[in-house]
Ligand binder design. Sequence first.
Ligand SMILES: O=C(CO)COP(=O)(O)O
Length: 126
Amino acid sequence: MAKRETIALIAHDQKKDDLADFARTHEAVLSQFDIVATGTTGGRIIEACPSLSVRRMKSGPLGGDQQIGAMIAEGEVSMLIFFTDPLTPMPHDVDVKALTRLATVYDIPMALNRATAEILIGACDR
Ligand SMILES: O=C(CO)COP(=O)(O)O
């Protein structure tokens, strides 16, 4: 069986409801991919969409962003959808920056808000 591509899904706390809703809306498309997520986000996605194949890494503040960044560097992630919260200071801000930097370095499609995520997921559905 051909290896499926992986999409990384992450949301900051204030954006988790929105990402869970996004995942529910696009469950059929997402089910064609393996999903990797930071810990708490992954739990929310599994709750919202039990049919999806979700690998949960550590929680973001405990290194989850860095783990997913390492996967990007290894070529294991095809797309990053990360609903960021620009209005709340984060203790792990540097990790968030490192993750989005690696997505840019390795030139994978990256959505940092829902409007862009809708366009990317629409492109996956063709
Ligand atoms: O903080 C995060 C990303 O920077 C998300 O981590 P959680 O999904 O564990 O809340």
